[in-house]
Design a protein around this ligand. Structure first.
Ligand code: FMN
Length: 211
């Protein structure tokens, strides 16, 4: 089947993009509200796009009412947010944080997530998360139905068991983030395999032999 995205209505574009671009990692984004309360919301329009500078991007759409989500309101006001990565152990609490609570509700409290103050920004992070990236807004890109938040990572917390003994590489057995596939379908990274790229010379030789 073919789909002309220039003619397709928004709901179908959303369905096709989210059904086929996956798995998408989940950021449990924590921010601080005007009243000083913590706010937490999962975002799967999320990934890392650069290491120099270190940039992560969130894509946040308004609520059905047209109002901005608390995460965007808080990020606009403070210019700060933390991305807490989500593993299986955090999955239920992540879903609780995704419910449409009133703005003054602290989702971290409701989900009973343990927290600590971030090191370089005035936001709480989830201490049971395998790792957290503290971010300052680098820029916002505004579309009528979505705000892209580019955040520069200024600090990272990693749970000790998620790193090897030298503290350099990830321990792939300990760190198994979950990711969103489509609708309510998720995947975990417990089946990992090694894939080595072939040498260019071998590939060119094989392609010459086929001619
Ligand atoms: C796994 C998952 C991923 C989500 N990803 C996004 C996303 O990328 N962008 C978005 O706007 N909403 C996303 N949502 C919905 C928000 O988390 C939800 O609207 C939340 O209530 C927003 O909270 P806030 O108003 O405190 O910011 C996601 C929900 C779940 C459960």
């Amino acid at each position: 089947m073919e789909f002309d995205f220039t003619a397709l209505e928004a709901e179908s574009r959303y369905r096709l993009l989210t059904n086929f671009v996956g798995p998408r990692p989940i950021a449990l984004v924590t921010t601080r509200s005007t009243t000083g309360r913590s706010n937490a919301a999962p975002m799967s329009f999320f990934n890392v796009f650069s290491h120099e500078p270190p940039i992560v991007v969130l894509g946040i759409q308004p609520r059905l009412s047209g109002e901005e989500k608390d995460t965007v309101v808080n990020i606009r006001r403070t210019g700060e947010f933390a991305v807490n990565m989500v593993d299986m152990a955090l999955s239920q609490q992540m879903l609780v944080c995704g419910l449409a609570f009133d703005s003054d509700v602290d989702e971290l409290e409701i989900a009973k997530l343990p927290t600590a103050r971030c090191s370089q920004i005035d936001v709480d992070h989830v201490t049971s998360s395998p790792c957290t990236f503290e971010c300052r807004v680098e820029r916002l890109i505004e579309y009528p139905r979505r705000v892209l938040v580019l955040g520069e990572v200024v600090h990272m917390h990693v749970r000790r068991d998620c790193l090897d003994a030298d503290g350099r590489y990830v321990d792939a057995h300990a760190y198994q983030p979950i990711a969103r596939l489509h609708a309510d379908n998720y995947i975990t990274s417990d089946r990992q395999f090694v894939l080595k790229a072939p040498a260019i010379a071998d590939v060119l030789k094989a392609s010459e032999n086929m001619e």
